[in-house]
Each structure stands twice: as structure tokens, then as C-alpha cells.
Design a protein around this ligand. Sequence first.
Ligand code: GRG
Length: 303
Amino acid sequence: MTDLPPVAVEAYLNWCKNAVEHFLESLFEKEQGTAYGTLAESMRYSLLAGGKRIRPVLAMAALESLGADPLVYIPLLAPLELIHTYSLIHDDLPAMDDDSLRRGKPTNHVIYGDATAILAGDALLTYAFTLLSDPDYDKLVSFETRVKVIRELSIGAGINGMVGGQQMDIASEGKALDLPSLEFLHRHKTGALIRSSLRIGAFLGKASSQEFDRLDRYGQAVGIAFQIADDLLDVEGDAALLGKAAQKDQDRHKNTYPGLMGVEKAREMARMKLDEALEAIAFFGDRAGHLRALASYIIERRN
Ligand code: GRG
């Protein structure tokens, strides 16, 4: 891997993904053969089962837009992926979405059982904060910034973010939500952690208040765009490419953008969110090239 990020979005995504995965692999080297073997194995299984790594990648692109070297901060961005993976493990459990396929592989509970899957999710969540508070990174980031990052991640992932959104999603199954309620749900369930990724990149890259505000606005717009694209993929996507079952939202009476407004209008809304995101970062000029490409990728992706 070279130290300079590539220009094309697919190559950029792979470059970032390799760097993140290299770090994630390293987390399990010292856990092998301990009394926690099965738990560590099940954490590793889901964490390294593939995935786009879009949350740390967005944070890396935010760091670049601020003139910082994204590779240096990977240990403090990997926690986004740990938390995202925990949410997928728990979401797939029989008590939630009851899915048996994720990222093209059997889900965690199918391999390790429900109890270990619950614990693997819990351990990934808590390990995120072990990493963020690791004294090894004292020289890299000040305590003050580290506390801001910890607070940001805990809010984005918690009751006022992803977990709260998941509860709203469960509570609204079978009830027809209107557009403001649907957007509120997805701002929390999916949007909050994506928004936090941008805000964390901004904290680490020492953004000015104007830069922070722009990255935050971009994060909010791409967070919703990501969910609309996810809903569209569930309707139109190919299960083989998705690595999970398609056409499940309708069977489960889930509230989705295409379900509420139809496929064409949902696509139009995703494009509107893309425009909002691009407008927010226009201010960065050439430094935001990867952020721009990622926003387009998010609404055009095939998985
Ligand atoms: C169980 C606490 C808890 C939360 C679950 C994230 C989530 C909340 C549920 C996942 C269900 C889902 C399909 C949500 C829609 C958007 C989303 C988060 C998709 C999966 O994220 P990607 O596409 O996955 O980034 P990869 O596999 O690429 O990492």
C-alpha cells in the first residue's frame, strides 16, 4: 500500500478498507488461545467478514479535507466499525430481524449461538471505548479531543442515536409512518453513526467551527441518502451482490422510503440529499474530492 490515496472512488474505498482491515486484524493477534477464545473468535468472525467500512472511510475523507493524514488516525476510527459490527450482529438475532445471512456468510448467531452472539456484540461495543481511551495514542490526540470523540461516538451509537432508532424501527413495524417520522427514525437508526463518523473526523482533524459545521451537514445528508439507497437495494437489489436476503422490508411491514413514496420518488429524494451533501462541502474545494465521490457512491452503490 502506498501512502498517497488513489483518485478513483473504488480504488480509494479499497485503499481505505485495506488500511482499516489491517488494523482490525491486529486486534485479535493477542487474544488467540485465551480463555475467551470462542468469544474472540466470534467477534473476529463478524468484524472481518467483509463490509464496505464506509463509516471509517468517511471519517478518513473528512480528515483529508482538513489536510490531515487519515492513516495515522485509523486506531481511533476503527471503533466506528466495531460498533457498526456489533449493531449488525444484534440486528440479525432471532429477537430482532432474525437473519441467517450477512455479508454473504452465515450470521454470527447461526455459527456461535444466540448467547455468544449477544456477548460478541457487547464486547465489540465496549472494546470500541477501550481503544479510544488507550494511552498508546496519548501522543497522537489530546485528552480533550479524545473525550469529544468518545462522547460523540457514545451519543451517535446510543439512545439518542442508533439504538434509539432501532427501537423506533421495531415499535413502528406494521404502522404506516409519514415522511417526517420516517426521516426522524432513519436520522437515528442509520444516520446518527454516519453523522458521527464525519464529526469524529472533524474533531481529530482540528476543524474550525465553519469546517465542522460543513462536515456535519454533509454527514446528516449522506446518512439519510445511505438509508434511502439501502431501502432501494432491498427492493431492486441482487441478493448475491448484497450478501443478504433482498425484498425483506415489505414482508416485515417495515417503513421504507420506496414503500412510502414509490421507487422513483425515493430515488429523487436520494439525489436531493446528494445535492445537499455536495453543497455543504463545496467550501473545501479540491480537498473534498473524496468526500464528493463517496457521496455519489453512497446513492449509486450495488451493495
Ligand atoms: C441492534 C443496536 C442495534 C442497532 C441496529 C444498523 C442497524 C441498527 C441495523 C442494521 C439493519 C439495516 C439493514 C440498516 C440499514 C442501513 C445499514 C446500517 C446497513 C448496513 O450497513 P452497511 O451497508 O454494511 O455499511 P456493511 O456490511 O457494508 O458494513
